[in-house]
Design a protein around this ligand. Structure first.
Ligand SMILES: C[S@@+](CC[C@H](N)C(=O)[O-])C[C@H]1O[C@@H](n2cnc3c(N)ncnc32)[C@H](O)[C@@H]1O
Length: 224
């Protein structure tokens, strides 16, 4: 399992919905302000008022991360479940084999539909993505992994191969990667990890960490 956690993906919160930077963008998109995604590229001025604003308003990070994870043979062949846990405690689950749009503009529209309706369905009515209120602790309670492994530049120094071999051989392992631009996992999140590793001696982009971990999972699956 892969979780993109504390992801900087949410709709514009009420407290900044009347700021001109927000309402101008919403007007352009033809939505109500609170139905649009919080995005630092457009809402920088308005976001100064938000709590932990440095961790928020980067839906492009989730787009990149999902593009990476959902394009892997592991996911395409049904060996990987992918979830997004958002900054404001929503859990998004992906149907097996789902492909998401490569165009960011189309991804943004899809996410806005998901936040509005709680699900995105295919033409035949089957769910492609579903969103529910929920914390990471609740997701772990439902998915019941044998181990929960956090990835962070502040973790114990290791490498992707060792992390995967040590934690997911013959075990149902949940890898948790931050879907935010700066800072570290909150204390509530860190408390859920059985262990936390750094796989490089510099900070990496989330999609690079996902690519490395999932490639090691594929190699291990092939050799087992
Ligand atoms: C852009 S980083 C967030 C910034 C954070 N300061 C950091 O370096 O972990 C996004 C995510 O990538 C993962 N990540 C970044 N560098 C990493 C590293 N050296 N080892 C393991 N995971 C890393 C973490 O899960 C992190 O939350």
């Amino acid at each position: 399992m892969l979780v993109i956690a504390e992801a900087a993906l949410e709709c514009v919160p009420e407290e900044i919905s009347s700021h001109p930077a927000v309402s101008n963008r919403a007007k352009k998109l033809g939505y109500k302000a609170q139905e649009t995604l919080l995005d630092r590229s457009y809402h920088h001025a308005a976001m100064k008022r938000l709590l932990e604003s440095w961790k928020r308003g980067r839906p492009d990070i989730v787009h990149f991360a999902l593009m990476e994870a959902l394009s892997t043979p592991l996911f395409i062949q049904g060996y990987l479940d992918v979830y997004v846990h958002t900054f404001d405690n929503k859990i998004i689950s992906m149907a097996g084999g789902l492909r998401i749009p490569k165009s960011y503009f189309r991804f943004e529209g899809l996410m806005q539909d998901l936040f509005r309706n709680g699900a995105v369905k295919s033409d035949d009515g089957s769910p492609l993505m579903e969103m529910e209120k929920g914390t990471l602790a609740e997701l772990i309670g439902e998915a019941k992994p044998d181990r929960v492994v956090g990835l962070s530049s502040a973790g114990v120094q290791s490498n992707a191969e060792q992390v995967v071999r040590k934690n997911s051989l013959d075990r149902k392992c949940m890898f948790v990667i931050g879907g935010f631009p700066k800072g570290h996992f909150g204390d509530n999140t860190k408390a859920l990890f059985n262990c936390t590793y750094s796989i490089e001696n510099i900070g990496l982009e989330a999609h690079v960490v996902i690519a490395r971990i999932l490639y090691e999972c594929e190699k291990m699956k092939r050799s087992s």
